[in-house]
Design a protein around this ligand. Structure first.
Ligand code: PGA
Length: 241
């Protein structure tokens, strides 16, 4: 793993955007794996800014998102479908048909997982953006998820629901389940960038860097991947020096 420590969140967002833009320059029809959560918001802002300034075009880019809550209609403001459109897709020239986000609502969630997994299997993600949960989750792959897991329905841990309740009126409104790419799907990306900012991520970053590879800490699966770049700010890096 390559570790890049930057001063602050803005620099982290800029560095990640540079890697994405360099990829798109080389491969205008690249496939990007995208993440939700607070961490990539700054990156998405920079990408929109670069698009506005004609530095980059997403016209031929294809995307796959990591996950989606179960039980929220796409138009719900906290669905990841809404999140991605609000924070990125509505502001760039990506084509709607090239956007892939798991569907979290329907009678047969297993079939929806299979459908998403089939689409993933038929594609290669050139670059996957990841955040990390304080418990080491990537996507919604919570501790204990087998490393060979493909797209599945996960029951969210109380820690994850608690961390995400800030987006809802109350904890009761936070969905109990989500559909997520499995660790196997994530690891299949050619290149992975993991972003972490702030003191709340310092312990997870310490475990990622110094800990052993174990299913108890899902992000440790990344240590087996040949091309992972971890970009962290000083606070997130505060326990590794
Ligand atoms: P965050 O979430 O970016 O909102 O901190 C990351 C994650 O839980 O994977």
């Amino acid at each position: 793993m390559k570790i890049i420590i930057v001063q602050d969140y803005q620099e982290l967002s800029e560095r990640a955007s540079q890697i994405i833009i360099a990829l798109i320059e080389n491969k205008p029809d690249a496939t990007l794996g995208l993440a939700t959560g607070s961490t990539p918001l700054g990156l998405y802002k920079v990408l929109i800014d670069k698009y506005d300034n004609n530095v980059v075009s997403f016209a031929s880019i294809k995307t796959f998102n990591l996950d989606e809550y179960c039980g929220l209609p796409q138009e719900h403001p906290q669905s990841y479908y809404s999140f991605m459109h609000r924070h990125l897709f509505n502001h760039i020239d990506i084509m709607e048909k090239n956007i892939n986000i798991p569907k979290g609502i329907g009678n047969d969630l297993t079939a929806l997982c299979q459908e998403y997994n089939d689409k993933l299997s038929a594609s290669t993600i050139d670059l996957q953006i990841l955040g990390i949960g304080s418990n080491g989750h990537i996507g919604f792959n919570e501790p204990g998820t087998p490393f060979d897991q493909e797209t599945f329905v996960v029951e969210l841990t109380s820690e994850t629901r608690e961390a995400n309740k800030r987006f809802f009126n109350s904890i009761d409104e936070v969905p109990q389940h989500a559909i997520t790419m499995g660790i196997k799907n994530i690891i299949a990306a050619k290149k992975i960038i993991l972003l972490a900012s702030g003191i709340v991520k310092a312990n997870a970053i310490r475990k990622l860097i110094f800990g052993k590879i174990t299913e108890k800490f899902p992000a440790s699966a990344l240590k087996q991947h040949p091309d992972v770049t971890v970009i962290i700010d000083r606070e997130a890096a505060s326990l590794i020096k």
